[in-house]
Design a protein around this ligand. Structure first.
Ligand SMILES: [Zn+2]
Length: 188
C-alpha cells in the first residue's frame, strides 16, 4: 500500500468511488482517525452488501434489516475485510460520511476533520489478525500523510458518538493495534 497524496487514493487496493462525500471545510486540518465496524446483514461476513450500501445501490428487498438502512447515504474512506482486503470509497482529502452526529475535543461533526476506517465485523466477534496488520499498515501511511493524527487521536466511533454508537466494540483489541503501530518506531 501507498498513498498518492495528490489524488488521496491508496495504491494497490480496490477503488469503489462513493458519491457519499463532499469537500472538507477549507483550511481545516485532518487530525482524527475513527475506527468502525460494519457487516451486512450484521454478523454475516463476505457479502457484497457493504459495497452496495456505500454506493447507494443496496437492494432493501434482500433482507429485512436493509429496509431500515437502504435510504441512508453513508460512506467511509476505507473498509478492511476479514481477509485483509482493502476497499477505498472516498479519497482521504475528501469528507466521507461515516461519523454522523459526533464530537471530539469539543468540536462537533467529526466528518469535517477525520478519516473513517471500517473493519468488516461486529462488536463481539474477534477481528482477524490480518485485519489488525492491514489496519496498522494503513494507519502508519495515513499518519505519515496527516501527521496531526497522532496515535492518541485514533478513536472508536463509540468515543465520538457515545449515545448512538457502540462500534468498534469490545471485540476490538486496542492494545494489539497499539503494539503493531509501535513496531518499527524509533525510541531514541
Ligand atoms: Zn461506526
Amino acid at each position: 500500500m501507498q498513498i498518492n497524496l495528490d489524488s488521496g487514493w491508496l495504491h494497490n487496493v480496490r477503488h469503489l468511488p462513493s458519491p457519499n462525500c463532499n469537500e472538507r471545510p477549507e483550511g481545516l486540518v485532518v487530525d482524527l482517525l475513527v475506527i468502525h465496524n460494519i457487516s451486512l446483514p450484521p454478523g454475516e461476513f463476505g457479502t457484497p452488501h457493504v459495497d452496495a450500501f456505500f454506493t447507494n445501490t443496496l437492494d432493501h428487498s434482500i433482507h429485512p434489516y436493509f429496509e431500515g438502512i437502504a435510504h441512508l447515504k453513508v460512506s467511509s474512506h476505507c473498509l478492511i475485510t476479514r481477509e485483509g482486503e482493502v476497499i477505498q470509497y472516498v479519497p482521504f482529502h475528501k469528507r466521507a460520511w461515516h461519523a454522523g452526529a459526533s464530537s471530539f475535543g469539543g468540536r462537533e461533526d467529526c466528518n469535517d476533520f477525520s478519516i473513517g476506517i471500517e473493519l468488516e465485523g461486529t462488536d463481539f466477534v474477534p477481528f482477524t489478525l490480518v485485519q489488525y496488520q492491514v489496519l496498522a499498515e494503513m494507519v502508519k501511511l495515513i499518519q505519515a500523510a496527516y501527521p496531526a493524527i497522532t496515535t492518541d487521536r485514533i478513536v472508536g466511533h463509540s468515543t465520538i458518538a457515545p449515545e448512538r454508537k457502540t462500534d468498534p466494540g469490545p471485540a476490538f483489541n486496542w492494545t494489539l493495534l497499539g503494539t503493531l503501530l509501535s513496531v518499527g518506531q524509533s525510541y531514541d
